[in-house]
Design a protein around this ligand. Structure first.
Ligand SMILES: [Zn+2]
Ligand SMILES: [Zn+2]
Length: 348
């Protein structure tokens, strides 16, 4: 079968590898779409993220092609999502309600962990279907279901906060994750959502997603305008950092009310520019949010089914696996500006 093998930054190869078969307790999935995630693009640009000789791809949907002996609950032809979290179900984090921080999850995640084979390939084998496969309900299309990674991160971040009905919210960064946070925060009862992004098209999408106010953080006046908007409470109850930028983290801290929350969703290698002497007197609550749980994927599917989340905000583009290098290049350079490029390994 055709697969893309990662040989290091900038070095990927489309090649033939043996098609796996479903052994005891395993399920083989024929890949319909696999999204190219920011993590894949990051690994394409820099080393230290993936081990070499990996087949990436951790946001896939497809059909069950083979069901191994000893597997209950899946049949050939089922539509499924394949991907994270891949938690072990057996460690302290898993047993205390935080499977998304399972230390075994990342190394076991298909298409991320060493020696795993992800879904930049025609078929992907799930060795742990209970933890890696999610049946897609009727009423959720493949094109919607493949957004589970993008939308799951936003859902988890809002749940991680202590957002209450009537709270004012700031979302700093309106890429796909920011849009998910905006939608979920509105759903959770936010009164006003104030969104920041320097890119005009993203601000438009933020407004469509439900943001009540949208601002360009680089225009020199927006911070003061937002402070005026939040004047009577002294800031937003919850600020979500969804840009992965140190400056955006500082904006969130600046616009947060005393005793409010800053939820860091974006990730970046640079240190945060925070000054405790300036923040301490306001007793801000900083929290980090990481990925999402299996239960949150199922919740997401229910919300999509019920029409409570708008998946049309996320622009998708399909591309054959043959084109994967060009897509990675375009995403890395910023030339391709879509929410997700979906590889179609079994077409073209
Ligand atoms: Zn991802
Ligand atoms: Zn675990």
């Amino acid at each position: 079968m055709k697969a893309m093998v990662y040989h290091g930054p900038g070095n990927v190869e489309l090649t033939d590898i043996p098609k796996p078969t479903a052994g005891y307790g395993q399920v083989l999935v024929e890949v319909k779409y696999c999204g190219i995630c920011g993590t894949d693009v990051h690994a394409y640009k820099s080393s230290g993220i993936f081990d070499w000789e990996l087949v990436p791809g951790h946001e896939a949907v497809g059909f069950v092609a083979e069901v191994g002996e000893g597997v209950a609950g899946f049949s050939v032809g089922d539509r499924v999502a394949v991907g994270p979290p891949g938690d072990c179900g057996d460690c302290y984090a898993c047993n205390t309600g935080h499977p998304n921080t399972c230390p075994n999850a990342f190394p076991n995640t298909l298409g991320i962990g060493p020696n795993t084979q992800g879904a930049f390939a025609q078929f992907v084998l799930s060795k742990n279907p209970k933890n890696e496969l999610f049946k897609i309900p009727e009423g959720v299309s493949f094109e919607q279901a493949v957004l589970f990674d993008v939308m799951g991160v936003g859902l988890h971040a809002v749940r991680r906060s202590e957002l209450k009905v009537g709270d004012d919210v700031v979302v700093s960064g309106c890429g796909s994750i920011g849009l998910s946070v905006i939608q979920t925060a509105k759903l959770a009862g936010a009164c006003r959502v104030i969104a920041f992004d320097p890119v005009p098209q993203r601000r438009e999408l933020a407004a469509q997603a439900g943001a009540d106010f949208v601002f360009d953080p680089t225009d020199g006046t927006s911070i003061d305008e937002v402070k005026a908007l939040l004047n009577h409470t002294g800031g937003a109850h919850v600020c979500f950092e969804t840009a992965g930028m140190p400056a955006s983290t500082a904006t969130c801290a600046d616009l947060c009310m005393a005793n409010g929350q800053v939820i860091i969703v974006g990730s970046d290698n640079r240190p945060y520019p925070l000054v405790s002497a300036a923040l301490g007197p306001r007793q801000l609550d900083f929290k980090l949010s990481f990925t999402y749980t299996k239960e949150e994927i199922l919740t997401l599917f229910r919300l999509i089914c019920a029409g409570r989340l708008d998946t049309s905000l996320y622009t998708l583009k399909t591309a054959p696996l043959l084109d994967v290098k060009a897509q990675l290049e375009g995403l890395a350079s910023g030339e391709i500006q879509v929410a997700r490029v979906l590889l179609t390994p079994n077409e073209g």
